[in-house]
Design a protein around this ligand. Structure first.
Ligand code: NAI
Length: 330
């Protein structure tokens, strides 16, 4: 009998949490034979709603769920976890500057990083979803010195999935035909979805979609602005698709990669000219031993290099503002 994988989810009573927990519990993240224990973490005002979500999880009678913990105490919530999915964060409110948001969330991620450092398994893997996710992830990583940097991730898979679908629609093919599409840089409108190295079937995207102007001037901004377009249409930010991307990311980090590559924000060691020491989105594959590596040999055009550099510049600026407010050093 397999031991359960213990997964902490912060912001568990929020919109993404509501779309995510049931998929983890049903086996879509770790497979149909793998029991899971769920550590659901909320802030005090979210605890009543969390109780309701936990009641619904109970009412699904999922055979894989070994235990459900509900807590606002990080020493309980992160105790012995294998995965920490950091979804909760404070949304930007009217009149709030970006710098304020970086500072407010920064404090939260210092606390969560420390608690992960002190209470989680040393093999814990951390995926940050709450925005600004790259910088929040970097702050959590810095606050958890005993956990290797390679175990920290932030999410750009939703952007990759969005980009693949846009290309599939334009080319009139099924989305599964689109592969090797890496989103580079910051999870923000400045991200760069690299259509020049992506494929449709066995062909280069640029040999199938010949309209360069569409690729540069419609596709790239459509992917970058998709989050806002969802908010405008739905009156609320992406939740089910974000949860789906969390499932995709964790599943793909947990299994050897077959064929395709994936976009994940990871610690940069200077690959492809990205500044070392930031959490930025890069193309990765997972090997047979379960270790991820940045894909080598991707050829970037001057146009792509410029886009990626601009997005990484934004990350350097976010780091400067957040670290300044938190008194962290690089
Ligand atoms: P939401 O506002 O519906 O839920 C957030 C939940 O987090 C609330 O229940 C709140 O009580 C809780 N929370 C706040 N601070 C917390 C803390 N310190 N500890 C534990 N829980 C805390 O928000 P939603 O829609 O679920 O989104 C969550 C985050 O995910 C947002 O920051 C959003 O911007 C981000 N996001 C990221 C995406 C990505 O691709 N990386 C895509 C979509 C959303």
């Amino acid at each position: 009998k397999k031991a359960p994988i213990r997964v902490a989810v912060t912001g568990a009573a929020g919109n993404i949490g509501y779309a995510l927990l049931f998929r983890i519990a049903s086996g879509q993240m770790f497979g149909p034979d793998q029991p899971v224990a769920l550590n659901l973490i909320e802030i005090e005002p979210g605890m009543a709603a969390l109780r309701g979500v936990a009641m619904e999880l109970d009412d699904c009678a999922f055979p894989l769920v070994a235990e459900i913990v509900q807590t606002s105490d990080l020493s309980v919530g992160f105790k012995d976890v294998d995965w920490a999915l950091l979804v909760g964060s404070v949304p930007r409110k009217q009149g709030m500057e970006r710098a304020d948001l970086l500072g407010i969330n920064g404090k939260v991620f210092v606390g969560q990083g420390k608690a992960i450092n002190d209470y989680a398994k040393s093999s814990v893997r951390v995926l940050v979803v709450g925005n600004p996710c790259n910088t929040n992830c970097l702050i959590a990583m810095k606050s958890a010195p005993n956990i290797p940097d390679e175990q920290f991730f932030a999410m750009t898979r939703l952007d990759e999935n969005r980009a693949k679908t846009q290309l599939a629609h334009k080319a009139g093919v099924a989305v599964k035909e689109v592969s090797e599409l890496c989103v580079w840089g910051n999870h923000s409108p400045s991200m760069y979805p690299d259509f020049e190295n992506a494929k449709i079937g066995r062909s280069k995207v640029t040999d199938v979609i010949l309209d360069q102007a569409w690729l540069r001037d419609t596709f790239v901004p459509t992917v970058g602005q998709r989050g806002k377009a969802i908010i405008d249409a739905r009156g609320a930010s992406s939740a089910a698709s974000a949860a789906n991307a969390v499932v995709d990311t964790v599943r793909d980090l947990s299994n050897p990669t077959r064929g395709d590559l994936h976009s994940v924000c990871v610690i940069s060691n200077g690959e492809y000219g990205s500044p070392a020491g930031i959490i930025t989105s890069l193309p990765i594959r997972v090997d047979g031993a379960g270790k991820w590596r940045v894909v080598e040999g991707v050829k970037l055009s001057d146009y792509a290099k410029e886009k990626i550099a601009a997005s990484n510049q934004e990350l350097l600026e976010e780091r400067e503002v957040a670290f300044g407010q938190l008194g962290l050093s690089i």
